[in-house]
Design a protein around this ligand. Structure first.
Ligand code: ADP
Length: 526
């Protein structure tokens, strides 16, 4: 792909900046060929990938190198886009919001600095992946469990910084962060919370420190580069029970959410419960052409054939319970009784106790990438994008959201595919919109669908919890209380911390005055 420089960048200054970068990291760690650039593109982009094409990438090995790179970036006003492992699939992968930004690739920083089995935490560098940490815990027989997202290819820290989540008691990943080390956009180095003291002993143990608490300000923002983080891990429980059920009708979603909500609020169930449409099974097990090759969304007769073949429900979910054997057995009865009031179906159950081997039905979770298979649904170069608003955990509102979005999928000729995650007080409705990137007609329709979903959610008072790089401005604009006061606050902070706007301009819709794209002057342009 041809090189695109950041808007306003002088080519000679750009070359000098890259040479200075190479001086810091060594030439082999500056990635500057056409092929290099391709590897950092969004491999799931729903069209228009040049809009987010990086101009190069640089991979430091230490915090000091990152500080030096940021000082150079400021000197030449060249934007950097930090990634940990760059596997943010469905949200932009490794690609920056702003075309021409240089990717700051931290995947060489893979040190596991500390693991404390007694207090249940570790300290990591940003390049540590789920696979690496899992292998470390297993090899060293450390009885701590990871909370792992469906696609485990990425890093523990990058996933937490994007508010990734998983079905486990520690599944709200940004909440597991405790004590960060951060290089600020000007190159200064800070440690947050209790770790902000020389010789600190409680950095990864107490989340808030003294005074304002900063950890969450570095999540989904562009206020700093996280170079190390304390991450809490779950101690191995005595036992688990896994209860799975398929619900036959689309209408079953509403009551199922209303049954789960009190069980989550009173902590009978301690993990997110994802209620997934049948497409969750169909897309990992088959291709669309095996079922239907007509235009538009699949008709109901085809849907029924899919349910029959896989012996699944329209909606499918699993609940996993954790604790001492007695507590798990008691909680299992509570869950079974609560569902028995609404359905004659029984849970498929499996149990695990300490000492037994780990399998997908119980024991320590292990990382995998199997769910990426979904992108093969349409054939061609597959991709997906996630539209994921957070909404109240209320069955009636959930049913309305389902009906509204399903209608939109049909309007834009897409097969409905979504999961409703019961996340205690809110439900996160992850719409996994799947497409063939080689089918321009389809990617165009997907973009239309996405715009419609953003508008519908906004009209109903719901915002996305996370979004793709192409939609960050659009989603940020939906947070419009008091004339976008939150956006103004974010921009004020950005200007104070990053006066040259060199760190991840545009991330979460935050640009800073130095970089905010200006609308074309009146009378010019379209
Ligand atoms: P993963 O490691 O899970 O593949 P990514 O590296 O793709 O995740 O990171 C997801 C997003 O989080 C990035 O696009 C970036 O905005 C942000 N991010 C990742 N790592 C860092 C970091 N170390 N410091 C600051 N922001 C980061």
């Amino acid at each position: 792909m041809r090189r695109i420089l950041p808007v306003g960048m002088n080519p000679a200054a750009y070359t000098r900046a890259l040479n200075a970068f190479a001086g810091v990291v060594g030439k082999p760690w500056l990635f500057n060929t056409d092929e290099d650039r391709e590897t950092y593109l969004d491999i799931y982009a729903p069209g228009d990938e040049e809009r987010h094409a990086p101009s190069a990438a640089v991979a430091p090995a230490t915090t000091e190198e990152i500080q030096a790179l940021l000082r150079i970036a400021n000197e030449f006003k060249l934007p950097l886009w930090p990634i940990s492992r760059g596997k943010n699939m469905g949200y932009g992968g490794a690609a920056p919001v702003m075309a021409g930004a240089v990717v700051l690739d931290l995947s060489r920083m893979t040190r596991i600095l500390d693991v404390d089995p007694k207090l249940g935490y570790c300290e990591l560098e940003p390049g540590v992946g789920f696979f690496q940490l899992h292998e470390y815990l297993t090899a060293n027989k450390i009885p701590l469990w990871l909370s792992i997202p469906g696609n485990a290819w990425g890093s523990v820290i990058g996933n937490a910084l994007e508010r990734g989540f998983a079905a486990s008691p520690y599944g709200e990943h940004s909440s597991n962060l405790c004590g960060l080390e951060v290089v600020l956009p000007t190159g200064d180095l800070v440690r947050t919370g209790m770790g902000a003291m020389k010789g600190a002993k409680a950095g990864p143990l107490f989340k808030f420190g003294f005074g304002p608490s900063w950890d969450q300000l570095f999540v989904q923002s562009n206020f700093g580069v996280v170079t190390r983080a304390g991450v809490w891990l779950m101690p191995e429980p005595e036992a688990t029970a896994t209860l799975s059920m398929g619900l036959p009708n689309p209408e079953d979603l509403g009551w199922a959410i209303d049954v789960l909500t009190p069980l989550r609020l009173n902590r009978t169930i301690e993990q997110s419960v994802g209620i997934a449409s049948y497409m969750g099974t169909a897309t990992v097990s088959s291709q669309r052409s095996e079922w239907y090759d007509g235009p538009g969304a699949m008709p109901d007769s085809v849907v029924q054939a899919i349910l029959k073949k896989y012996d699944i429900g329209w909606w499918n979910f699993s609940v996993r319970l954790y604790g001492g054997e007695g507590a798990v057995a008691a909680n299992r009865r509570t869950v079974e009784d609560a569902f028995a009031k609404h359905t004659r179906r029984e849970f498929r159950a499996s149990t695990w106790t300490k000492g037994q081997p780990s399998t997908p039905r119980g024991g320590a979770p292990s990382p995998g990438v199997f769910p990426l298979q979904v992108v093969n649904w349409h054939g061609g170069r597959g991709g997906h994008i996630g539209f994921s608003p957070a909404m109240p955990a209320d069955g009636k509102l959930v049913m309305e959201q389902f009906a509204r979005t399903r209608k939109r999928y049909a309007e834009f000729g897409q097969d409905y595919s979504a999961t409703f995650y019961q996340n205690t007080r809110h439900v996160t409705n992850v719409n996994l919109i799947i497409y063939n990137r080689d089918d321009e007609g389809q990617t165009g329709r997907v973009r239309g669908l996405f715009d419609a979903l953003v508008g519908d959610a906004h009209a109903n008072g719901y915002g996305e919890y996370r979004t793709h790089i192409s939609y960050m401005d659009k989603v940020a604009a939906t947070f419009d209380f008091n004339g976008h006061a939150l956006g103004r606050l974010n921009e004020k902070l950005k200007d104070a911390l990053d006066p040259n706007g060199v760190l991840a301009p545009g991330k979460s819709g935050i640009w800073g005055s130095a970089r905010r794209p200006r609308p074309p002057a009146k009378g010019r342009g379209k």
